[in-house]
Design a binder for this molecule. Structure first.
Ligand SMILES: Nc1ncnc2c1ncn2[C@@H]1O[C@H](COP(=O)(O)OP(=O)(O)O)[C@@H](O)[C@H]1O
Ligand SMILES: [Mg+2]
Length: 243
């Protein structure tokens, strides 16, 4: 790709007890780009994120971020290098308040609690959660838990944000609010984003480029317009008879 690659996944593979979850997948993400990873359930999308974020070491291949090789690093090292992630199954500290959940993320960058608290507060305002800051995270509704998950990831001050179905289960108006938040972070702060989504609305609204995974393999890459017309994509989403 022409743009300077911030993230480069090169022939990455990962198997679980003989099952090839991800098989020789390569893609690049340019600085400041928003890229989507789509594909049916079990296609290997979350496994790609787990390899990028240091949860799993690839069996083969390499992952580079900001000029550094990161595969094999621990999750906390990857986070400090500038990659933040949200989890498909949101996991806040249920007993902590909304604000404290975000402060925990901010403390990874700022040792001073006062600084971390101010950063956390600003992020909650951006996500529309400021008024709920003193509630326990366990009291939040699903849309607010999704927002909190994003707030916690942003608090680590990433250059690259990995969103794993951050908008799943949200209503169209709630999706549009999240899309607006991500677009602003991208335009005003140059945040690079890779999103995994089943819902096509945010994918089409945000992505410059889409990569399609199927049975662990990358079957198509291109602009949103190209990808939705790609025969292999139509086949895997709609069945061969639809082509
Ligand atoms: N930790 C794991 N242990 C065993 N199998 C796993 C693990 N994580 C994922 N898999 C398997 O790898 C395949 C890809 O899973 P995943 O990456 O979660 O897909 P997606 O996110 O696209 O739905 C699935 O068959 C899944 O069951
Ligand atoms: Mg997944």
């Amino acid at each position: 790709m022409a743009a300077e690659g911030l993230l480069s996944v090169r022939s990455a593979s990962k198997s679980f007890r003989g099952l090839r979850a991800v098989s020789g997948v390569s893609f690049d993400v340019g600085q400041g780009h928003i890229v989507a990873l789509i594909g049916p359930n079990g296609a290997g999308k979350t496994t790609c994120f787990n390899m990028i974020a240091g949860a799993f070491e690839p069996d083969a291949g390499e992952i580079h971020f900001a000029g550094q090789r990161i595969d094999g690093m621990r999750p906390d090292q990857v986070c400090l290098s500038g990659i933040g992630r949200t989890f498909q199954l949101v996991k806040p500290f249920a007993g902590l308040s909304v604000l404290d959940n975000v402060i925990v993320g901010a403390l990874r960058r700022n040792r001073q609690v006062g600084v971390a608290r101010r950063k956390a507060q600003a992020i909650l305002e951006r996500l529309g959660l400021a008024e709920k800051r003193d509630q326990p995270a366990s009291a939040l509704t699903l849309p607010d838990r999704k927002r909190l998950e994003v707030a916690r990831a942003l608090a680590t001050e990433p250059r690259l944000l990995l969103l794993d179905e951050a908008m799943a289960g949200l209503r169209p108006t709630e999706i549009d609010q999240m899309v607006a938040v991500f677009r602003r972070l991208n335009e005003e702060h140059g945040l690079t984003i890779v999103l995994i989504e089943h819902v096509m609305r945010p994918v089409m609204a945000l992505s410059r480029e889409i990569h399609v995974l199927h049975h662990g393999e990358l079957i198509a890459s291109g602009s949103p317009d190209e990808v939705v017309r790609h025969p292999a994509v139509l086949e895997c989403y709609l069945g061969a008879e639809a082509v």
